[in-house]
Design a protein around this ligand. Structure first.
Ligand code: AMP
Ligand code: GLY
Length: 445
């Protein structure tokens, strides 16, 4: 069958790569895709995925691509097309599509919707207030301690969250969100939230409108600098490892977060189909226990977590998409390779600030380890060469089962493979973090 994937980053490259391994997939189109996606060969090596240009902020343009390509299934990668209602439009046309509707996407596209939803349904999350002007904020602030978080309501590609150490800082951040100084466009609403301490965990559930099943847990590194310092980015790396999430925690997260979301979204008339990405903070309590609290929901695969998750997926990814659409995830047995995986992002010089595109990338062909996949996050083809086209350029991803030497853990082995690949690749200004997974390594994973 023919599958169309919407998007053009590392996440979409990983989705196309997973689809290419399915014996049921005979053609893959990706819009807009990138230089790496265009080189993905189908399972029998017969042909490669094809990329067609599209602006993923333009709903009508995406619909034209679907009409022209007439795929048997469309998979929507990024949040923007979901929030524009691409899934709703395709469903109206009677077409098969993987992803949540516009109304269900509000769990990600409106932080105030998500917080009100969690409060209504007793899903654990930080205390909050919704503010529509600075007076609202000043009225709310006295209820909060000095460490507060100010979040623009809408989609902001990771730039809409400001961690503050005082109420004065919160007022300044709020003024910048309302004026448009922070995001370039003025926001009408923000969420003020209590700061939570702890370690973060990303939990991914596959949802079919009725059931939520566990896919994987991962951790990502959002800061540019080693030791998780410096400005936030789209993500500098991620990893998964057996033992990152205990079986008890997995059951707890399914019952108290993911399945509750699915049940209550269905009851409210907006059933959730697709990937529910639960961004958790594992908060230490005075009695020594750890309480998981929801920081945010995303209604799609995370990037770069997806690269690290899909290299471990042994099941046919089409079976996952079909089950989510058809309401049959409860009958699905998702198989993952045991061990660990890691994804290290190679970014352009200057990222997350201004970058210079068009830098030729060398060494891509010298990565030959079968356990290593170089996903492209921001690349383009120019005169037959692969060049940089964005802040995050490559997502170098490696997987490992139990290594032969028992003194090495699967995570250490996966890291060694990813960093060995990075040694072979270069472009002008290339930067990457050398400490991906440091928290897990410290815990002996
Ligand atoms: P969000 O987009 O809501 O996930 O926020 C982005 C990042 O900001 C999170 O991954 C956390 O690192 C941080 N963050 C968000 N909310 C809080 C909070 N209430 N307490 C501490 N850190 C937070
Ligand atoms: N890795 C975080 C995200 O995809 O939003």
């Amino acid at each position: 069958m023919k599958v169309l994937v919407i998007g053009g980053g590392g996440r979409e490259h990983a989705i196309v790569w997973a689809l290419s391994r399915s014996a049921r997939v005979s053609e893959i189109v990706c819009a807009p895709g990138n230089a790496g996606i265009a080189q993905v060969l189908l399972h029998n090596g017969s042909k490669s995925a094809r990329c067609v240009p599209v602006n993923t902020a333009d709903l009508a343009a995406m619909l034209r691509v679907v009409e022209a390509e007439s795929p048997a299934l469309t998979v929507v990668g990024p949040e923007l097309p979901l929030s524009l209602g691409l899934v709703d439009e395709l469903e109206r046309l009677g077409l098969r599509v993987f992803g949540p509707t516009q109304a269900a996407t509000r769990l990600e596209s409106s932080k105030s919707f998500a917080k009100d939803f969690m409060q209504r349904h007793k899903i654990p999350t930080a205390a909050y207030g919704v503010c529509r002007c600075l007076e609202d904020l000043r009225r709310e602030l006295p209820r909060f301690s000095a460490s507060v978080v100010v979040k623009a309501d809408g989609l902001a590609a990771g730039k809409g969250v400001v961690l503050c150490n005082s109420h004065a800082e919160a007022e300044k951040a709020a003024a910048e969100i309302f004026s448009g100084a922070l995001l370039g466009t003025a926001e009408k609403e923000l969420v003020l939230e209590e700061f939570l301490d702890g370690e973060e965990l990303s939990f991914f559930a596959l949802c079919d409108g009725k059931h939520a099943v566990s896919l994987a847990a991962a951790q990502d590194h959002k800061r540019i600098g080693e030791g998780d310092t410096g400005p936030n980015t789209g993500g500098m790396g991620a990893y998964t490892a057996d033992g990152l999430m205990s079986a008890d925690l997995e059951q707890w997260l399914l019952k108290n977060v993911a399945q509750r979301v699915v049940d209550e979204m269905a009851r409210e008339g907006t059933p959730f189909h697709g990937i529910l990405f639960c961004g958790m903070m594992m908060t230490p309590q005075p009695d020594g226990s750890i309480k998981p609290m929801v920081l945010e929901f995303n209604t799609r695969f995370g990037d770069p977590e997806t690269e690290a998750i899909l290299v471990r997926l042994e099941s046919d990814i089409l079976d996952l998409f079909d089950a989510a659409i058809d309401g049959t995830t409860d009958r699905l047995a998702i198989k993952m390779k045991p061990g660990a995986s890691v994804c290290v992002i190679a970014a352009s010089g200057g990222y997350p600030g201004k970058v210079v595109n068009g830098q030729p990338i060398s060494g891509l062909d010298s990565v030959r380890n079968p356990d290593t996949v170089v996903f492209h996050a921001g690349t383009a083809s120019k005169d037959g060469a692969v060049v940089t086209a964005g802040g995050r350029v490559l997502a170098v991803t490696a997987v490992s089962g139990q290594p032969s030497s028992s003194s090495t853990t699967p995570l250490e082995a996966a890291l060694a493979k990813a960093y060995a690949a990075l040694e072979k690749i270069s472009f002008n200004g290339m930067q990457f973090r050398r400490d991906i997974a440091w928290r897990a390594l410290r815990k002996g994973l």
